[in-house]
Design a protein around this ligand. Structure first.
Ligand code: SAM
Length: 291
């Protein structure tokens, strides 16, 4: 039976295909159009539920603004039903969909959620951290300064904070969290619902050691942080930042960076040239690097 003309925002598995809900299957089997972030992945999912023939159209970040009004036109003109899916998890949660849903709402097209998996709720539910107050911040900024600014802005929050992270960048975020909130508790969820799922409740220094022992090019990660009551004073923050930078510099020396390289690389870290020089000597001497 064809469902009511509307947009259905359908959550799909974040790893384990068994997590597709019965309602999601029903909707995906019956709608007129499926708008998907990646049409190949969508066809694979549709095959899995036995829908071989379906109109699957591509709907991803860069075409959102342009395609949203066109899709709503089509829905209105032909009384169509459309399911929106992303690569994994819930659309609109750090995934495309916002423009389509907003356009639909503005123009009187019904939008129904078909809830299900999301890395956000999956981690929160299994974290063991307080979840009475939550702040989800999506992906953290890439640039060092912006990253530090964002993480520093959490200072006065009495909530648990959740963010998504590209595994290759996890260490950078954890280094800043370690510098600013050494007493925090955090939970890292990696490969959730998949064969090699890992959920670790630890503190920032434990998280950094864990990170150093992992092959982060594989797997996806989501992190939940509880800052705790014991925020550190300015001197402690400085000391922790210094310690984190020494760790970072040590890594760089081990990758054959020279003192000169690192003087340039870290020139915007808020240290004078002579302070930075001292710090680098300390990092270098510690590891007996002769360069
Ligand atoms: N809309 C999705 C959701 O509801 O979870 C999130 C999409 S976002 C583009 C992708 C990010 O979600 C990944 O980089 C990772 O941070 C997180 N993620 C997705 N699947 C995951 C999994 N199985 N385990 C851990 N994190 C995951």
């Amino acid at each position: 039976m064809t469902p009511e003309s509307a947009i259905y925002v359908v959550a799909t598995p974040i790893g384990n295909l068994d997590d597709l809900t019965l309602r999601a299957i029903k909707v995906l089997k019956s709608v007129d159009i499926i708008a998907a972030e990646d049409t190949r992945r969508a066809r694979h999912l549709l095959q899995h539920i036995g829908r071989d023939k379906a109109e699957v159209i591509s709907y991803f970040d860069h075409v959102e603004r342009e395609k949203a009004p066109q899709l709503v036109d089509r829905i209105l003109e032909n009384s169509l039903s459309l399911a929106l899916i992303s690569d994994a998890g819930t659309p609109c949660i750090s995934d495309p969909g916002y423009h389509l849903v907003r356009e639909a709402r503005k123009r009187g097209v019904a939008v129904h959620p078909v809830p299900g998996p999301s890395a956000l709720t999956a981690l929160v539910s299994a974290s063991g951290l307080p979840s009475d107050r939550l702040l989800f911040v999506g992906f953290l900024p890439n640039k060092k300064m912006a990253l530090e600014k964002e993480i520093a802005s959490w200072r006065s929050l009495s909530a648990s904070i959740v963010f998504y992270e590209n595994p290759r960048r996890l260490k950078a975020s954890l280094t800043v969290i370690h510098a600013l909130y050494p007493n925090a508790e955090l939970v890292i969820g990696r490969e959730l619902t998949k064969l090699h799922e890992e959920i670790l409740l630890t503190d920032p220094s434990g998280a950094l050691s864990w990170c150093n022992n992992h092959d982060f090019l594989k797997g996806e990660a989501v992190v939940m942080v509880r800052l705790g009551d014991a925020l550190v004073d300015t001197q402690e923050i400085k000391d922790n930042k210094r310690e984190a930078l020494i760790l970072e510099a040590r890594d760089q020396f081990n990758k054959d960076a020279t003192l000169k390289d690192l003087l340039g690389l870290y020139r915007d870290r808020g240290l004078s040239r002579s302070e930075l020089y001292q710090l680098l000597l300390e990092a270098k001497g510690f590891y007996g690097n002769e360069k």
